[in-house]
Each structure stands twice: as structure tokens, then as C-alpha cells.
Design a protein around this ligand. Structure first.
Ligand code: ATP
Ligand code: MG
Ligand code: MG
Ligand code: MG
Length: 479
């Protein structure tokens, strides 16, 4: 059944309202009072203290459509945008939450009811995963709902980063977390990719649409998992992804919410000098994605700068501008997309109508445009001179330092050309600069976004075991 993104959003909130949930507005993309987070990365963020038992509210069940940005920290999808069909920097996450109220026994059947009865998705196209030894969740899916064993996959932690699936969800290195159960939609054999947990799962055939997290622990700074006072539920479903399924389109960028924005992006770069831009080309996706992240971040009070989230905003902005340049734009164009975005989403998110959003982006664009052409020339020259397919890290540093090319932007250009970056040399230069300047935070974030690998690795527990309805964390020291 065809539904617009807006209709899906409303249907979701109403469905969970009918199950006793209070509809709570989205919190800002800048988390309030949470220094552990750069940007809001999930619906549960605003309820963190309800999970921790620190805060009591009038309700124990809530449902939201939450503005999220995943462009830094533990959940960082910046490098995915334009390359996968399903990742955005900014997206809306639909969620239902229980604070010590209902648990798996209700959360799983309600998710199923919403997908198959309200959205009318065909049951045989849905796959589910459960945490490796969560027999309780397995049995609910298998015995109560009736999903055959062939479409239920048990998945543990992510096998040393070998596979992307990871059925233990954490908002960051600390905070509420727990084992989870995810729902995937099979787009059919015409799309590449294997089922969840298989070696070729990183395709688009089996699309992860919904994550049901059984929030039972608080991970502290030392990595220890402390049991929460009561078990909770936290779910998250990407609105753009479920819309792509419902609307039967190949990527998130083809849904109703993005169609006009993609067209506006094409028109904007062409007005700025690009010619014959192919509709749906990856750079247009990057631009259409990034205008949302930049506009929502500015609307919630972030300004481009050199540290923390201000620097993340600057990087997203400059990356979009560079993609416009790549298509042939030779004048500021990015800021003109604020208006079409507000036309698309301003009724649901009136903060998009703030007049300063376009002004801030325009100023950033004018500033960056002055050096973009020079920087690109130096970069392309350096790339042409590489003999071993690796770009000298000192060039990366110089571009960063002198031309305002954040390292991940250089990495983005290099990736397009199949060139690797000498990250060690870049690291050393940054380290030297850090010794000079006091900007420790700036360094951390710049480095974290280029190398978001091992530092994010989760080593707090060895495995989780279920014992009845309890989940036990077994640490490496055997406790
Ligand atoms: P993926 O494996 O595809 O990166 P995830 O496992 O990181 O997704 P979760 O943290 O489980 O995602 O978030 C819950 C849901 O939010 C996902 O099932 C998906 O529908 C949606 N989602 C997550 N990341 C993005 C993103 N970058 N853009 C759009 N939707 C997203
Ligand atoms: Mg992800
Ligand atoms: Mg996933
Ligand atoms: Mg997930």
C-alpha cells in the first residue's frame, strides 16, 4: 500500500499511541546536557535518564519521530552517504520506548503488527535477527509470530569487525545499551547482497529497517556493564528506509521526501555553472543529504567552527560544496537549497523556516569557495604525482591547515580516485600541531572521523548469556 513519508510517520505515532504510548516531540539534534554525544544519534537519547532510573516522567511508554545526525562519534555514517542506498547523515528515527514498563513479549508482536497489518508488508519478505543466545526473543519470533527458522538469524557481537551486523546496541562508549533484535526487508533477488550475518550482507538486498533494543545495561567509562534497575525497550526505525520499502523505490533518495530536493540540488548546481548533471548521481545525493544535516544543525543552534560539533557541521558543509564543485558549480549554490528543504519539511519541523540558516551556509560557502579551487588544484596535482597509490599525509595536513580542507574531505576525493591516504604522516603532523595548540578536542574529532575503526571497538564484555528473562554479561576476566 503506497504511503507518503508523512503518512508513515503519522501512522507510526498513532499506532503506538493506541498501545498506550505518549507522543513526545523530537528533541533537538544537539543533545541537551550530554557531553558524551556530538549529535543526537537515536530516539532514545532524550530518554537516557529514564533508562538510568535517574528521572521519572508522567509516562512509562513514549513514541517519537526523532531528528538524528550520525556524522561523528560511535555512529558515524558520513563516509557512507552517496555510496550506500540507505545511509544519511541526517534522518528521522521512529521509535517506541518503555521505561521499566513492557518488554520483549509486547515489543516484538507490536513491531510485527505495525509492519504487517498497518503497513501491510508481505510476511515472507521479512527476516529477523536475534542476539546469539537470546532464546526468549527467538521463541517469540518463531513460536508466537510464526517466522520460520530459515528467516531468523542469531548474531553476536560483530566478530572483530568482520561483519557489519552487531546485535548489541550502544548509543556511545558509555550509556544505556543491550542486546537487540533487528528486522530486515528482502528486496528480492534482483538486488545484490546476502542475508544478515552472511559474508555479503553489506549489499542492499536485505535492508535493515528496524532495531528493537532490549535495554538492560549501563556501560560506564571503564567499560563495565551495570545492570539497570529494570529492563526497558528502545526501538528505532529509519523513516526514509521504511518509506523506500513502502514506496518500492531502489534508494532512500527516491522517496517522496527526497524527490523534490534531488531535483532542486540538480537545478542549483546547474545554475551555478554545472552542465548536464545526471539525475541521481552520487554527488547530488551527497548534496541533498547534507543540506538536511546542515540546516537542522544550524536550526538547533550550531554554527560552523573549528571544534566539536561546530567542526562537524563545517565538514559536512564543505563536503557538499566540494561535491557541487565536482559537478561543475563555480559559485555558491548550497545555501539556495534551504528554501526547497523548508518547503518539503517545514510544516513538521517549523525551525527550518529560521532566516539565518541560509545566511550561515552562504557565508561558509563564500569563505570556502575562495580557497576551494586552489586546494583542489594542489590535491589533484599531488594525486597525479603519487606513484604508489598513496597520498602523502603531509599534503593532507597542508590542505587542512592552509586551505580549510578537512582531512575527511581529502579522503573523500582520494576515495573517488582509488588513492589511499598516508594516515600516519597526517597523524604526526596533527600531533605536532596539537602540541602547539590547545585544541585537543579538535584533534580527537578530526582523527576519529578519518579512522573510526579500532578506537570504537567494544571490548567491555566477552559474551552475553540469557538465563530465563535475564541477560548476563560475561566479562573477559570471567566475571
Ligand atoms: P546500518 O547497519 O544500516 O548502518 P544501524 O544498525 O547502524 O544501521 P541502528 O543503530 O540499529 O542502525 O538504528 C536503528 C535504525 O535507524 C536502523 O535500523 C535504520 O532503519 C535507521 N538508520 C540507522 N542509521 C541510518 C542512517 N545513517 N540513515 C538512515 N537511516 C538510518
Ligand atoms: Mg550503522
Ligand atoms: Mg545495522
Ligand atoms: Mg541496527
Amino acid at each position: 500500500k503506497y504511503m507518503t513519508a508523512s503518512e508513515i510517520r503519522n501512522a507510526y505515532l498513532q499506532f503506538f499511541q493506541s498501545k498506550g504510548h505518549t507522543i513526545v516531540p523530537s528533541s533537538p539534534v544537539v543533545p541537551e546536557d550530554d557531553p558524551t554525544l556530538l549529535f543526537t544519534n537515536a530516539g532514545m537519547n532524550q530518554f537516557k535518564n529514564c533508562y538510568l532510573g535517574i528521572e521519572k516522567r508522567e509516562y512509562t511508554r513514549a513514541t517519537t519521530s526523532q531528528k538524528c545526525i550520525r556524522a561523528g562519534g560511535k555512529h558515524n555514517d558520513l563516509d557512507n552517504v552517496g555510496y550506500t542506498a540507505r545511509h544519511h547523515t541526517f534522518f528521522e528515527m521512529l521509535g517506541n520506548f518503555s521505561f521499566g514498563d513492557y518488554f520483549k513479549q509486547d515489543a516484538i508482536p507490536w513491531a510485527w503488527e505495525f509492519l504487517t497489518k498497518v503497513l501491510e508488508l508481505p510476511e515472507d519478505r521479512l527476516w529477523v535477527t536475534v542476539y546469539v543466545d537470546d532464546d526468549e526473543a527467538y521463541d517469540i519470533w518463531n513460536k508466537e509470530i510464526g517466522i520460520p527458522a530459515e528467516r531468523i538469524v542469531r548474531i553476536g557481537d560483530n566478530k572483530g569487525g568482520k561483519y557489519m551486523s552487531d546485535n548489541f546496541w550502544m548509543m556511545g562508549d558509555t550509556g544505556p545499551c543491550g542486546p537487540c533484535s533487528e528486522i530486515f526487508f528482502d528486496r528480492g533477488p534482483s538486488v545484490q547482497g546476502g542475508p544478515p550475518g552472511s559474508k555479503d550482507e553489506d549489499g542492499d538486498r536485505y535492508l535493515e529497517i528496524w532495531n528493537l533494543v532490549f535495554t538492560q545495561f549501563n556501560r560506564d567509562a571503564s567499560g563495565k556493564m551495570n545492570r539497570l534497575p529494570h529492563p526497558n525497550i528502545d526501538t528505532g526505525m529509519g523513516l526514509e528506509r521504511i518509506a523506500s520499502v513502502i514506496q518500492n523505490v531502489p534508494t532512500n533518495y527516491d522517496i517522496d521526501l527526497f524527490r523534490n530536493l534531488m531535483a532542486a540540488a540538480k537545478a542549483a548546481v546547474e545554475k551555478a555553472g554545472a552542465t548536464d548533471v545526471e539525475p541521481g548521481t552520487p554527488s547530488l545525493k551527497v548534496i541533498a543529504d547534507h543540506i538536511r544535516a546542515c540546516s537542522f544543525a544550524i536550526a538547533d543552534g550550531v554554527l560552523p567552527g573549528n571544534e566539536g560539533r561546530a567542526y562537524v557541521l563545517r565538514r559536512i558543509c564543505r563536503r557538499a560544496i566540494r561535491h557541487g564543485y565536482k559537478l561543475g558549480a563555480r559559485a555558491p549554490f548550497f545555501y539556495t537549497l534551504v528554501e526547497p528543504l523548508a518547503r518539503e519539511m517545514g510544516d513538521v519541523y517549523p525551525e527550518l523556516n529560521k532566516p539565518n540558516i541560509a545566511q550561515v551556509i552562504k557565508a561558509e560557502e563564500e569563505r570556502f569557495f575562495l580557497t576551494l579551487a586552489n586546494g583542489m588544484e594542489i590535491l589533484e596535482d599531488a594525486i597525479a604525482k603519487t606513484t604508489n597509490g598513496v597520498l602523502d599525509g603531509n599534503v593532507v595536513f597542508k590542505l587542512h591547515d592552509t586551505f580549510g580542507f578537512p582531512a575527511d574531505l581529502t579522503a573523500d576525493v582520494c576515495r573517488e580516485k582509488g588513492i589511499k591516504v598516508d594516515t600516519d604522516a597526517f597523524d604526526r603532523s596533527m600531533e605536532e600541531q596539537r602540541a602547539k595548540a590547545r585544541a585537543a578536542g579538535k584533534f580527537k574529532i578530526a582523527a576519529g572521523l578519518v579512522y573510526n575503526g579500532p578506537t570504537n571497538e567494544f571490548r567491555g564484555y566477552q559474551e552475553l548469556r540469557t538465563e530465563g528473562c535475564r541477560v548476563l554479561a560475561i566479562y573477559k576476566d570471567g566475571t
